[in-house]
Each structure stands twice: as C-alpha cells, then as structure tokens.
Design a binder for this molecule. Structure first.
Ligand code: SF4
Length: 232
C-alpha cells in the first residue's frame, strides 16, 4: 500500500515521466478551441452521463435555441425536452438557466472576462456558480481558456491512487488541491486526457488489466500485488 500522506517530490517528478510514457501510449492531444461559456454548459451536461449522451444533448440545445439568451428565457419544458438525451434534464435545465441568469446579472452572457485572470482567480469566479465544482471549473480553464489547470475525474483519481502518485485516502477535492502545484508546466492537457484514456482502456475500475499495461514498472498497485517493493 502506498504510504504517502502527501504528494512527495518523487511523485511530482514522476508525473513528467508518467506523461512521457502516456504520450507514447496514447499520443499527444491537441486542445480544441471552445468558447468558455459553451464549454461550461457542455461540462454541466456531461455530469452523470457519458460523452456520447452529453454531446447529443449539447447539439440538441444548440439546434433548439439560437443563443444563450433564448436558453435563459426558454420555457422549462422545452429546455428539458432538448436536454433529455443527456439525462437529468430537469436538474441540468435549472442549473443552466440559473447560471445564465447569474451571468446576465453580472453584465453579460459570456465568460470572456476570465481570460486575463490567473488560474486561481478564474477558478474562484467559476466556483461561485451553483452546481460548478472543481472538476467542472478546471475543465473550462483547461479546455476553453488554455490555462494550466488539472481537473481530476474518477478515472484519473483511480489510476493515480493505484500508481501511488496520489495518497489512497484523499478525497477528490484534496486530490485537486494536491495536483494544483504538482503537474509540470505544459503537461496538464496531455496528462488529463491520457490518464482518462488509460483508466477507460486498461486500468479499469473493477479489474485493471495489468498484464497488458505499459505502466507496470511505475505502479505501486502492481508492485504490491506482485509482492515487489514500491517502484522508484
Ligand atoms: Fe492500473 Fe495495473 Fe497499470 Fe497499475 S499496472 S496502472 S493498476 S493497469
């Protein structure tokens, strides 16, 4: 079992090595250019569903309404109907209209004011919206604003805990805090996307496919289950 109680220097330095290895396995991802408000709504729609369903809901939303102001003033039933492919349509419809209302109260249906802010400032602004947690906020910062933020989803948390990079007992919120200073510059996007790919394709929640994993020599879980020492 990993004995860390915080991210140690070895683990932090190891993130660069881990990213290099993941890039060899899964490639070097490129950032998609997205409007930050589109990205925030899309991320809200992705909560508790898969990428295909949330993508369908987002496209349906864009087809049904000409702009965010129309979504803001939409009849609840019409909005829920558009969001139905993504699940939890009622909750998400309310959340999106509340978000748009809050933005309108602050002066406009845009998140462009976040662009010049530091990561910490922009994250704090996003966390002020109801229903926006650390993962959602950091997805917007990383994907739409190109800032060095590291969102941690269930796959990333599982893989990093098994590998011994994250202490096993930490909460998702603590994991986000630990990752804030730990991810090396220029590695946030590729580490995020490639760890998700690894969690989906190899390091499954129930039965990690260790025999075909290209990260075995870096992994505490593997060392432990094979009776070896913690990898250096
Ligand atoms: Fe996951 Fe096993 Fe690979 Fe470790 S060796 S990262 S537990 S699949």
């Amino acid at each position: 079992m990993a004995r860390c109680v915080e991210m140690c220097e070895t683990c932090v330095a190891g993130l660069e090595t881990l990213d290099d290895r993941l890039r060899r396995l899964y490639g070097v991802p490129r950032r998609r250019r997205e409007d930050p408000l589109d990205a925030l709504v899309a991320t809200i729609l992705s909560q508790n569903t898969n990428d295909a369903n949330s993508g369908r809901a987002f496209r349906a939303l864009k087809e049904a309404f000409p702009d965010w102001d129309a979504v803001r003033h939409a009849d609840a039933a019409a909005l829920e109907a558009a969001l139905r492919p993504g699940g939890l349509a009622r909750v998400k419809a309310r959340r999106i209209q509340k978000l748009l209302g809050a933005l309108a109260d602050r002066g406009g249906l845009t998140l462009d004011s976040l662009r010049p802010l530091s990561v910490e400032e922009a994250e704090a602004e996003l966390l002020r919206f109801d229903g926006v947690g650390l993962k959602t906020a950091r997805c917007v910062l990383l994907f739409a604003l190109g800032k060095p933020a590291f969102p941690i989803d269930t796959h990333i948390e599982r893989v990093l805990k098994r590998m011994g990079v994250l202490p096993e007992g930490v909460s998702t919120e603590q994991a986000h805090r630990l990752a804030t200073d730990a991810v090396p510059e220029g590695r946030h996007l590729s580490l995020h996307l490639n760890l998700i790919a690894h969690g989906r394709q190899v390091c499954h929640a129930r039965r990690p496919d260790c025999p075909r994993c290209g990260l075995r020599d870096l992994c505490c879980f593997y060392a432990r289950t094979q009776g070896s020492e913690r990898p250096s």
